[in-house]
Design a protein around this ligand. Sequence first.
Ligand SMILES: [Cu+2]
Length: 181
Amino acid sequence: MRRLLLASGLLCAPLLGLTAPVAADQSGIVVTDAWSRAAVVGRTGIVYLTVTDTGVPDRLTGASSPVAAKVTLHETIDDHGVMKMRSVAALPVQPGAPLKLAPNGYHIMLEGLKQSLQPGQTFPVTLTFAHAGAVTATATVQKAGGGTAMDQGPMGGKDMQGGSQHATGMSGMNMGGAAQH
Ligand SMILES: [Cu+2]
């Protein structure tokens, strides 16, 4: 996707005599700062990002990613002191008012991870807009503990013990492929 965008930008540049923003889609939708958290295969992951609209008013209506079975738009709400999540059907984006998906607010929920998400790893997330269509961003997995404790609560963000670096003396236990190293 990015390669296609770059290619079209290169083709257009000589004609326009201008350099288009690198990540800009023809629609005017630009997705930046896409990041995620470390998570274990089979569990739930999360993506935050910023959508900037330099074109016409639009709506973010959905998302998908090859790393998850199901991807939904979510909102974290404070229900009388209890943080809860609920799905949202669509989020409006307007020129001049970037839509920020950030901890304790809107986010993209990755349900049923098909792979573990490790710090430093990147993966694609495709956003669907009512007007602009599909726009793909690349999310980078940040180090664990990068967000607020409050945000990690409903996410089950404790699944960080996947790698068994400590080869303890638990002989006789079938740890199923635990690295000895
Ligand atoms: Cu959620």
